[in-house]
Design a protein around this ligand. Structure first.
Ligand code: PEP
Length: 246
């Protein structure tokens, strides 16, 4: 399966900064793309970066969407609006949405369904927190989040899953290779039962150019979701080149 390397800029960037980021990133694509590369900027930057990224073959994604198509939802953005801006993907259920905005897997499922209706690929994020892992509940937690977050109509074509253990996000404490292997094997089995074969499963959590190669070498890892390191085009591109087929 072709790897997907996705960058989540979170709440970072002005117009000027984004213009510079995209220029530095797209310069690197002159000889082609090593794998599927996706950038998810904040909503304010989507329309500015859409054209240059598209011309370079880099995919555009958003960080969240509302589950309705329109209405009195101040501050929210519909999946159809994101598609209109040129997005092909949208993250749903990122741990920061689940914790800071109290989003449940039920909410995430509705958002994923809206993404599908708008023709977007939903990247559904799941992951246990440190207490759940310490208590030996990592597998139960992720299995439950997965089953509850997946909407009817999800397929390998319109859905990507990202396992992002909460304790690894932004901490510098990436999951180690045996833990990633064990969780990805487990989640692939779950996905096989729920959706069949071929669903991309990403790892996310403190990925950087020093650990990306060993993570991508794990057979069940189909790509990476990158926060902090995606803010530096050099580091992000270095990780993307590790996604090239052997
Ligand atoms: C993320 O927020 O999705 C993420 C993986 O962040 P970081 O790479 O900074 O841990």
């Amino acid at each position: 399966m072709r790897s997907l390397i996705a960058g989540n800029w979170k709440m970072h960037g002005t117009l000027a900064w984004a213009g510079d980021q995209v220029r530095r990133l797209t310069e690197k694509t002159r000889d082609g793309l090593p794998c599927d590369v996706l950038v998810c900027p904040p909503a304010t930057l989507l329309s500015t970066v859409a054209g240059p990224l598209r011309d370079a073959g880099i995919l555009l994604g958003a960080q969240d969407c509302h589950h309705e198509t329109r209405g009195a939802f101040t501050g929210d953005i519909a999946a159809t609006m994101l598609a209109d801006l040129g997005c092909s993907h949208v993250l749903v259920g990122h741990s920061e949405r689940r914790s800071f905005h109290r989003e449940s897997s039920h909410d995430v499922r509705k958002k994923a369904m809206a993404a599908h209706r708008a023709g977007l690929v939903a990247i559904i994020c799941i992951g246990e927190d440190r207490n759940e892992r310490r208590a030996g509940k990592a597998f139960d937690t992720t299995a439950e989040q997965l089953a509850r977050s997946l909407p009817a109509g999800a397929t390998a074509a319109n859905t990507v899953i990202a396992w992002e253990p909460v304790w690894a996000i932004g901490t510098g404490d990436s999951a180690n290779v045996p833990d990633v292997l064990a969780m990805h094997r487990f989640l692939k089995q779950q996905l096989m039962t729920l959706l069949g074969d071929g669903v991309r499963l990403l790892y996310g959590g403190s990925v950087n150019p020093s650990n990306s190669r060993e993570l991508l070498d794990i057979e069940q890892v189909d790509g990476l979701l990158i926060g902090g390191a995606s803010l530096d085009p050099e580091r992000f591109w270095q990780i993307a080149t590790d996604g090239a087929p052997d």
